[in-house]
Write a protein that binds this ligand. Structure first.
Ligand code: FAD
Length: 318
């Protein structure tokens, strides 16, 4: 079932959803099951599974001689989606990215998802290769999420890359896209960023999931600006409870977001990370309550594959 169908059938009840990361290569899928087991009592309506492109690692091939190699540290997105669907009978949303894929590889991946009965995808440009800092597209791939979205929309119309394929089966993906209440870090301003977000919706994206934010006002202002320019699809807020003092700088550095001063002051008073976690959970509960009062269709929590803080938030909310 499509994410948008779940949102339409919500009957004024705010839905619960989560994002998880595939385990680091070599770890067991049991780690994912353990995290998800903890949260199933809150009936997540869908589970997003992130996609991680390759990174460069240096391997010593002989004393003092290093070889630079590309390796994918967190493979398994599609298999995890299938395993979660099979085990929990829950909707899964694999993230699909431009980075590292030719158009043909993307087409084949979408065929795999279609054959697995996965109805939803979150279409993204993807992060740059970690050591590069700047995103570079695959020579035969896509540069922006809009380009990748175009390919998904074409396949939903039965148009594949090879024009000789006649009467091809159309896929039927419900498509989510990302958005940034505090602006994507590369966009010159929010107006330009929203211009491309609107383009995604006009091209056929069905819903939006936001980057995490800690100040609800950023989300409220963002939704208003979207509605003002005619973006009328559901905008699902993404939330994460703060759990360590280090995240006060790590999250802004990684996700280009601001931390509200009141939250920073509370965290600075904490003696240890256990106390920070309690502050983070309470902050996230208050954010969730205010967003529900605002009328959001769904609250989407970034677990980073750690479920205890989210469980406490969900226990207070759902
Ligand atoms: P785009 O929409 O392509 O935007 C990138 C930049 O280009 C923006 O500044 C935008 O304003 C601009 N732009 C957009 N379209 C055009 C255009 N047609 N022409 C010119 N400029 C344009 N990363 C991963 O690697 N894996 C994941 O699983 C993952 N999951 C995520 C989930 C969510 C909910 C979010 C919010 C982010 C996620 N990311 C993930 C991070 C994301 O890939 C990065 O933030 C990336 O830098 C931008 O992705 P995007 O899809 O928003 O890109």
């Amino acid at each position: 079932m499509k994410v948008t169908e779940h949102l339409q059938n919500q009957q004024n009840k705010t839905l619960f959803s989560i994002e998880i990361l595939p385990p680091v290569k070599g770890e067991s899928i049991q780690n994912i099951f353990s995290a998800v087991d903890t949260l199933m009592e809150f009936k997540p309506v869908f589970i997003d599974v992130t996609y991680h492109r390759e990174e460069y690692v240096y391997k010593e091939i002989q004393a003092g001689l290093l070889k630079k190699e590309l390796t994918r540290k967190r493979p398994g997105t599609v298999a995890i989606c299938a395993a979660l669907m099979n085990r929990y009978k829950v909707e899964t949303v694999p993230h699909i990215i431009c980075g590292g894929f030719s158009k043909e590889e993307t087409e084949n991946a979408l065929i795999d998802l279609h054959f697995l009965g996965i109805d939803n995808v979150l279409v993204l440009r993807g992060d740059p290769v970690k050591s590069e800092g700047v995103f570079t597209a695959h020579p035969e791939g896509h540069r922006y999420a809009t380009d990748l979205l175009g390919q998904v929309v074409s396949m939903n119309k039965g148009k594949y890359l090879d024009n000789n394929i006649q009467n091809a089966e159309a896929t039927n993906f419900c498509v989510g896209v990302a958005a940034y209440p505090e602006k994507h870090f590369e966009a010159p301003n929010l107006y330009q960023d929203l211009k491309y977000l609107k383009m995604k919706i006009e091209m056929g994206a069905d819903y939006i999931v936001t980057q995490m934010f800690f100040d609800n006002q950023a989300y409220f202002d963002f939704v208003k600006q979207c509605r003002d320019i005619g973006i009328n699809v559901p905008i699902i807020p993404g939330l994460k409870p703060l759990t360590t003092k280090g995240q006060l700088s790590a999250l802004p550095r990684t996700f280009h977001i601001d931390m509200p001063n009141d939250l920073v002051k509370e965290v600075e008073k904490c003696k240890d990370n256990e106390a920070v976690k309690q502050v983070g959970i309470e902050w996230c509960i208050q954010q969730s309550k205010e967003l529900i009062a605002f009328g959001v269709p769904c609250l989407h929590y970034y677990t980073m594959s750690k479920s205890t803080a989210i469980k406490e938030v969900a226990s207070a909310i759902f």
